[in-house]
Design a protein around this ligand. Structure first.
Ligand SMILES: C[S@@+](CC[C@H](N)C(=O)[O-])C[C@H]1O[C@@H](n2cnc3c(N)ncnc32)[C@H](O)[C@@H]1O
Length: 416
């Protein structure tokens, strides 16, 4: 999830090998920072896996593949509670958008406001293209300066969705269990400050990784001054109960479980995944994801709202985790139908059926197929799809696999 600020090297050394658009060149961790690596944007297991999972209509497969092989579009949003937000937006549009249109350069696109979040903008151009194109250089500088001042955040569009679904108010206690580097934490804080400079509510932002907590405090929160945030460094699966000054246990109005995941929806910004990905990535995290989500649900007030989200499209990391949580909750948690929320956002419904494959794409239809002793620890009951009866109760189709157009899928959010 961490972006490198160094420039990517797009020199084409091995001309004629693969189509140019299928390679990503990067100089971030090359030895001595000299030279570059090429990443072939192909992974046969990945394609086969997603063909089998039924998470989108098969006739969209080519579109799916092409979207993942394109560069990640640039997106940013203006700070939700900024009193001069409208003026800043006006300034940006006036100073830069007209010039871009006048240039009549087909390679350059005017950023467009997202239909489901009007203060957020996106351009199909990549970061590199925006930085390097002369017409956009001034706009780029404006965005960098305003981001430094805390007036806007550069954030992937799909990452803006979970806080919008949580919609906390200034009264709410919010728990963000896996918060670093903090783009969603900032958005949540902006929301609780939107109508109140001194909100009664607050956000507890937690992450298990000390270095990433440091980054959350010194890079992200530095730009947003607030007394309504506390940062904790705990394993979210064991997050303790917090007591207020009278000794009463705090239950949260809103919980975000934006859990650790395989990140297989982030191929466009984490190109290493092309080389390494196997179905094992999701299998290996499944139990941790359940443990974190379960702890989140335990900390939730009755009548509260929780969003579970990942950067993966894998039902093993999404639907299977939520299904297990619903099973465990014995009726105390319910999925909310989000189809009426953010109506302009294109989405696919969650699925009730999926397949369980191991690292080598061996298919397991049920636990009876697990013969090897070492696989018994990996292929666990909660990986398998619900029975028909369970599926009727669970409403997994209420959950949304968001895509805006194909460039935007990666988070999957569930609402309790
Ligand atoms: C997907 S990232 C979170 C992104 C963040 N919500 C944002 O919007 O900027 C997942 C985070 O989970 C953290 N993490 C991994 N295991 C964890 C655990 N057991 N408890 C808490 N945090 C964990 C990682 O350090 C990582 O920062």
């Amino acid at each position: 999830m961490v972006h490198s600020s160094r420039r990517r090297n797009f020199n084409n050394k091995k001309k004629g090998h693969e189509p140019r658009e299928n390679k990503w060149r990067d100089d971030r961790d090359a030895p001595g920072n000299q030279g570059y690596r090429e990443v072939l944007k192909e992974n046969e297991k990945y394609w086969e896996y997603y063909k089998q999972q039924n998470v989108f209509p098969l006739e969209q497969f080519d579109e799916f593949k092409a979207a993942l092989q394109r560069d990640l579009p640039v997106s940013f949003r203006f700070q939700g509670c900024h009193k001069d937000r409208e003026q800043l937006i006006h300034e940006m549009e006036n100073r830069f958008f007209g010039k871009i249109v006048e240039a009549e350069d087909t390679a350059v696109c005017v950023p467009k406001s997202l239909p489901w979040y009007k203060e957020a903008y996106q351009t199909p151009m990549s970061r590199t293209a925006v930085r390097s194109h002369p017409i956009l250089a001034q706009l780029h500088n404006f965005l960098v300066t305003e981001a430094e001042l805390g007036n806007l955040s550069r954030q992937e569009a799909v990452s803006m969705i979970p806080p919008l679904l949580l919609a906390p108010t200034s009264e709410h206690y919010v728990l963000d269990l896996c918060a670093a580097p903090g783009s969603k934490t900032t958005q949540l804080l902006e929301m609780i400050h939107e109508n109140d400079e001194n909100p009664k509510g607050m956000v507890i932002a937690n992450d298990v990784d000390m270095k990433r907590c440091y980054m959350l405090i010194h890079h992200t929160l530095k730009r947003f001054r607030t007394a309504a945030c506390a940062v904790t460094c705990e394993d979210a699966a064991r997050f303790p109960q917090i007591a207020d000054s009278d000794g009463g246990l705090i239950q949260f109005d809103r919980v975000l479980a934006d859990v650790i995941c395989s990140g297989d929806g982030t191929l466009r910004k984490n190109p290493e995944i092309w080389k390494k990905w196997t179905p094992q990535d999701g299998l290996g995290l499944h139990r941790m994801q359940i443990a974190i989500a379960r702890k989140g649900a335990q900390q939730l007030k009755v009548g509260g709202r929780m969003v579970y989200s990942t950067c993966s499209m894998n039902p093993i990391e999404d639907e299977a985790v939520v299904a297990q949580l619903l099973r465990d909750s014995k009726g105390s948690l319910k999925l909310v139908d989000t189809s009426k929320m953010l109506p302009e956002l294109k989405r696919e419904n969650g699925v009730n059926q999926w397949k369980v494959f191991d690292r080598d794409m061996k298919l397991y239809n049920s636990l009876e197929d697990v013969s090897e002793e070492k696989m018994k620890k990996v292929i666990v009951p909660s990986l398998f799809p619900p029975t028909e009866e369970e599926a009727k109760e669970m409403n997994l189709h209420y959950s949304s696999f968001f895509e805006q157009p194909w460039a935007l899928f990666s988070d999957v959010s569930y609402f309790f």
